[in-house]
Design a protein around this ligand. Structure first.
Ligand SMILES: Nc1ncnc2c1ncn2[C@@H]1O[C@H](COP(=O)(O)OP(=O)(O)OP(=O)(O)O)[C@@H](O)[C@H]1O
Ligand SMILES: [Mg+2]
Length: 344
């Protein structure tokens, strides 16, 4: 995999070519101060104006002019997040024009590893603060910003210049059982893998032939020879009507998850084996189709290792007041126990 292949898989490169066959999206250039904010480890607070929901404040007008101060300025440190009024306005306008709910990503990656932190446990965003919360918690987003060319073979050549972009895609309820990853080598579709291989989907094994055929047709009619490279990885969605849509294009190499294949197999050039023998198609034209064949093989979700215990999130966001009270009681009890131990 060469640096140029990674460059070609940026959203803003492939989207104009395949716009008709994918989810409606808007691309906004990321200003440098927003990139700096995303990369800054210290600022976890999201800017107040980045939220489109009204903020509730406890200080009422009654206290105005009073000498009474609720907080001691010398001891209370308020962490202020930077504000991005112009960018915020552009993002809100884009979100509104996409129907009010969006799926956000950068040039290559979505913050899939951070959905646990969102209050709705999803990547659905309605404001810039929703997007910031996900992006700042995501290693995948940091990867895009800091080391996009990490697995490239031409390490000695200079890194191409990247213009960072915020991609906002219209929110669409995709059923995981309809998602497939297609591996394209030398402009030929060589393998198709179920994307969510952690689950067994009865309909996939039942409709194997028609799924495989509709993806092959989609590839031949709309994608083949139209992309800038001969080797790439295509993510597609087959909806309940059997229509196939393009979801994403990824580099053909180890930065992309090979799912039910291995990169060794995919790059070897030898014929790939399918999950089940597919007899009714000519050998030459047939991509190997792999899917999870029984419930026994079900595996844990690959993003689980990025999660924090839900309790940590609830406590840190103050979401669950009862949990917070329990936590404080526990801490107090511990303190008391330590004190009585010290006295004894
Ligand atoms: N517009 C959308 N609305 C809702 N969910 C979406 C949307 N686009 C993608 N998704 C969901 O998010 C998942 C990840 O999206 P996408 O493939 O764009 O992210 P990615 O970071 O490129 O992933 P990968 O690292 O696997 O290439 C998809 O498999 C799909 O389930
Ligand atoms: Mg991708």
């Amino acid at each position: 995999m060469k640096k140029e292949q990674v460059v070609n898989c940026q959203f803003s490169v492939w989207y104009p070519i395949f716009k008709k066959f994918t989810i409606k999206s808007l691309i906004l250039p990321l200003p440098q101060n927003v990139i700096d904010y995303l990369l800054d480890d210290g600022t976890l607070v999201v800017p107040e104006s980045a939220s489109n929901t009204p903020q509730t404040h406890n200080n009422t007008s009654d206290s105005e002019g009073d000498d009474v101060q609720w907080s001691d300025d010398e001891t209370t440190e308020t962490v202020k997040a930077p504000e991005f009024p112009d960018f915020n306005a552009k993002v809100l306008e884009a979100i509104n024009s996409l129907g009010g709910c969006v799926f956000p990503k950068l040039n290559w990656s979505a913050p899939r590893d951070a959905n646990w932190i969102a209050l709705n446990s999803s990547l659905q965003c309605q404001s810039l603060s929703d997007i910031f919360l996900l992006f700042k918690s995501s290693d995948f987003v940091t990867h895009d910003l800091t080391q996009p060319f990490i697995h490239c073979s031409d390490q000695d050549s200079p890194d191409p210049t990247i213009s960072y972009e915020l991609v906002l895609r219209k929110w669409s309820e995709l059923i995981p059982g309809g998602e497939f990853r297609c591996f394209v080598k030398e402009s030929k579709l060589i393998g198709i893998s179920q994307r969510d291989y952690t689950q067994y989907y009865h309909h996939v094994s039942k409709q194997e032939d028609s799924i495989c055929q509709s993806i092959q047709d989609f590839f031949r009619d709309h994608i083949q020879y139209k992309f800038l490279d001969d080797d790439f990885v295509l993510d597609v969605y087959r909806d309940s009507c059997g229509q196939v849509w393009l979801i994403d294009i990824n580099p053909f190499g180890p930065v992309t998850d090979s799912l039910l294949f291995t990169w060794e197999e995919l790059s070897s050039g030898s014929r790939l084996t399918a999950s089940q023998p597919q007899d009714d198609m000519p050998q030459e034209e047939r991509p190997a189709f792999r899917y999870t064949t029984s419930e026994v093989t079900v595996q844990p979700s690959p993003c689980l290792s990025y999660r924090m215990p839900r309790d940590f999130v609830d406590l840190s966001t103050g979401e669950d007041a009862y949990k917070l009270i329990d936590f404080l009681k526990l801490t107090k009890r511990q303190q008391e126990a330590e004190e009585s131990e010290g006295e004894a």
